[in-house]
Design a protein around this ligand. Structure first.
Ligand SMILES: NC(=O)c1ccc[n+]([C@@H]2O[C@H](COP(=O)([O-])OP(=O)(O)OC[C@H]3O[C@@H](n4cnc5c(N)ncnc54)[C@H](OP(=O)(O)O)[C@@H]3O)[C@@H](O)[C@H]2O)c1
Length: 301
């Protein structure tokens, strides 16, 4: 049976590169592009099918910052699919990012320079706004809309005989210090993106606790720092081009600079369930062997 994979935010950046790579690995996949903009999704679908004609590529229109849209898309998906094997929860925003120039210059001459560049800690603030649902936009897009999506799709995801996987695109910018249980939407702070990515990390742990027994597993992955529409909101593309030689040098010290969306998908692709299961079986074998050796040694002495 064809594997069914849903990718949110498939219209650009990491999501788009991921779709290409998924089809390179399995030509017969049923890939469903979950995008808010139908015409962009149609163009992506046509491009993917041009290089992989055997694949089945469909579209579901969903705006994860609009709960009505999430409910409608979930209903549509439940009519179309019996199950979803993988769901990549990747759509995300970092609206109106402001670079803290003072922090940048003081960081440049400190021992934390590599850490600062690879995590953007203390470098970025954003201007958030309220959505039509009355929620903070960054929280709703990056976290809550996806949470509702998986709650609604539970019947397609929870099969204890053959597990499904959720893979979240998180970020090194996720900071516990920016997240607060009393203000989970980060309505009072200036780093909603960092808070939302920490919330994603927490949510993944909670999903594992609450859904593993029902056959649903969740992981978070940081794709590294790449030049995409999102990062071009922080600095214009020509500045990224000028910075490229420096970033290439920094790559010797911090592999977080993945530079291109294609490289950024590496970690998302690496979470292979079969390899994980084989690895687990090897560990069990090794454990058996080590226990037997210890027992033998104890018996002899
Ligand atoms: N770029 C980096 O260096 C970096 C680093 C760490 C983590 N990430 C994470 O990687 C993920 C992908 O980002 P990217 O860098 O590939 O940026 P991108 O090119 O801007 O892609 C973002 C994707 O999310 C979609 N999206 C945004 N808001 C949406 C909404 N309300 N409903 C549905 N889809 C929505 C966008 O759709 P449209 O095309 O319609 O706008 C686009 O497909 C994000 O979760 C981001 O936080 C990126």
């Amino acid at each position: 049976m064809r594997k069914a994979v849903l990718v949110t935010g498939a219209s650009s950046g990491v999501g788009l590169a991921l779709c290409k790579r998924l089809l390179e690995e399995d030509h017969e996949l049923h890939l469903c592009l979950a995008c808010r903009n139908r015409s962009k999704a149609e163009a992506v679908r046509a491009a993917l099918l041009a290089s992989r004609p055997l694949a089945e590529v469909s579209i579901v229109q969903v705006d994860v910052s609009d709960l009505q849209s999430v409910f409608r898309a979930s209903r549509e998906l439940k009519q179309r699919f019996q199950r979803l094997d993988y769901v990549y929860l990747n759509a995300g925003i970092m609206p109106n990012p402001q670079l803290n120039i003072k922090a940048l210059f003081s960081g440049l001459f400190s021992r934390k320079v590599i850490h600062m560049f690879s995590t953007a800690e203390g470098l970025l603030t954003q201007e958030d706004k309220i959505t039509a649902d009355g929620l903070q936009e960054v929280f709703e897009t990056n976290v809550f809309g996806h949470f509702i999506l998986i709650q609604e799709l539970a019947p397609l995801l929870c099969h204890s005989d053959s597990p499904s996987q959720l893979i979240w695109t998180s970020s090194r910018n996720a900071r516990k210090s920016n997240f607060c249980l009393e203000d989970i939407q980060h309505s009072r702070g200036q780093e909603p993106y960092s808070s939302s990515k920490y919330a994603v990390d927490l949510l993944s742990v909670a999903v594992n606790r609450n859904f593993n027994s029902r056959g649903l597993y969740s992981s978070v992955v940081c794709p590294g720092t790449m030049v995409t529409n999102m990062t071009c909101g922080i600095l214009p593309p020509f500045v990224w081009t000028l910075l490229m030689p420096i970033i290439w040098l920094l790559r010797f010290f911090a592999n977080a600079f993945t530079l291109t969306p294609y490289n950024g998908t590496e970690a998302l692709m690496d979470l292979d369930e079969d390899t994980a299961e084989k690895f687990y079986q090897s560990l069990l074998e090794l454990e058996k062997h080590v226990r037997a050796t210890i027992q033998k040694r104890n018996h002899q002495s």
